[in-house]
Design a protein around this ligand. Structure first.
Ligand code: TXA
Ligand code: MG
Length: 343
């Protein structure tokens, strides 16, 4: 299949938006920009269209998708009930990088919820994503637009590297500003539970909801046979082909460790300005004290180290795991399959 590329700079480009919306209305799949990462979108109410997403990504069938809406009114038909807490979250953080899980209504096809009784919903803030949802007049199911397991795409180029020829279209709307996926919170049980840290921090959620639980899978791998609260937690994620190892400690200790242990085929993932001090090839992912910059650059940097020929091991500097840094740490931890060395 030939993947059609739309370059859309503003939500006022209705001609191209309508053409892209048609593809989705006709049961096709298209990659779309959002403020977090690019999503691979299909009509969320059409199980057949949604199944094409799983095929193109090579996504395990039991991993449910997030449904994207452009107006609050679009949420009501998708879920059984919208509790007060959910409305408070929507008021505080939508449109934006927050996904809310609630018991689903009957119009959600099994392909979207992967057989669960709940559905994840998000209202993105990206003007082109919103305009496209409106033009299609449909809720859009969209996981990140990468091949399953590889780093999420934050540009149309990343999407094409992974999925060119496997999807109907890509809308190039520029580079994603947040850079890590949305925060996922479940309101399906008594206490709200954070399943995936992201663009909205735990502190921001607590300010609205009071007490929240944080799923243990945010910080550690699941024990063998343990049932995850979010199916995505059990899969290897965000990983380049090279093996990633996080080294926790000072810059000085990091450099010494790499000097003593790295072979010629190793590379490092470091903070801006540290590249020149590294004894092996280096890619930087933002300033050490600016988590928003790290979030925006991390996935691109993980892809970039894979493009250094012959790299088989990547030593990564460890970000500060609080605020937005928690999302950065969580993604890096998964890219490293939880391999952390304390220096
Ligand atoms: O920022 C984002 O959230 C991006 C953009 C495109 O919106 N989307 C995204 O989708 O990251 P995806 O499919 O790559 O990640 C969705 C995560 C998965 O880990 C999945 O298991 C979880 O959300 N999830 C979806 N529906 C769920 C449900 N009903 N219950 C528990 N977890 C759910
Ligand atoms: Mg994903």
């Amino acid at each position: 299949m030939q993947t059609k590329i739309f370059t859309i700079k503003t939500a006022a480009d209705t001609e191209q938006l309508n053409a892209a919306a048609k593809i989705i209305q006709n049961g096709g799949i298209a990659a779309i920009p959002t403020e977090t990462v690019y999503g691979l979108a299909a009509n969320a109410l059409d199980g057949n269209a949604v199944s094409k997403i799983f095929k193109a990504k090579g996504r395990p069938q039991d991993n449910p998708l997030i449904v994207h809406i452009s107006e609050l009114s679009g949420w009501y038909p998708l879920v059984k009930d919208i509790p007060e807490a959910a409305l408070k979250l929507a008021e505080a953080f939508w449109p934006g990088p927050l996904t809310v899980i609630l018991p689903k209504s009957d119009i959600i096809p099994a392909e979207v919820s992967a057989g669960l009784s709940t559905v994840a919903v998000r209202m993105p803030s990206h003007p082109i994503a919103r305009a496209l949802i409106r033009a299609a007049g449909l809720p859009l199911a969209a996981p990140s637009a990468n091949v399953s397991g590889s780093p999420s795409p934050t540009s149309a180029k990343h999407v094409l590297n992974d999925l060119n020829g496997k999807i109907d279209a890509v809308i190039d709307g520029g580079v994603c500003t947040v850079g890590v996926e949305s925060t996922v919170i479940s309101l399906a049980d008594k206490t709200p539970c954070l399943l995936r840290p992201g663009g909205i921090t735990p502190e921001q959620l607590k300010a609205v909801l009071g007490k929240i639980d944080i799923d243990p899978a945010v910080f550690s791998s699941l024990a063998t046979g343990e049932k995850p609260s979010s199916p995505g937690m059990k899969y290897k994620h965000y990983a380049p082909k090279a093996r990633v190892v996080i080294l926790k400690g000072s810059l000085e200790a990091f450099i010494n460790f790499v000097k003593e242990n790295a072979s010629e085929s190793a590379a490092v993932l470091c903070f801006d300005g540290e590249d020149r001090m590294m004894p092996v090839r280096a890619v930087s992912y933002g300033r050490e004290d600016v988590p928003a910059e790290q979030a925006q650059k991390l996935f691109g940097a993980l892809r970039a180290v894979d493009e250094i020929p012959g790299t088989d091991k990547v030593y990564a500097r460890c970000p500060i795991a609080s605020g937005l840094g928690l999302a950065v740490y969580n993604r890096l931890l998964r890219a490293a399959s939880f391999e952390v060395i304390e220096l």
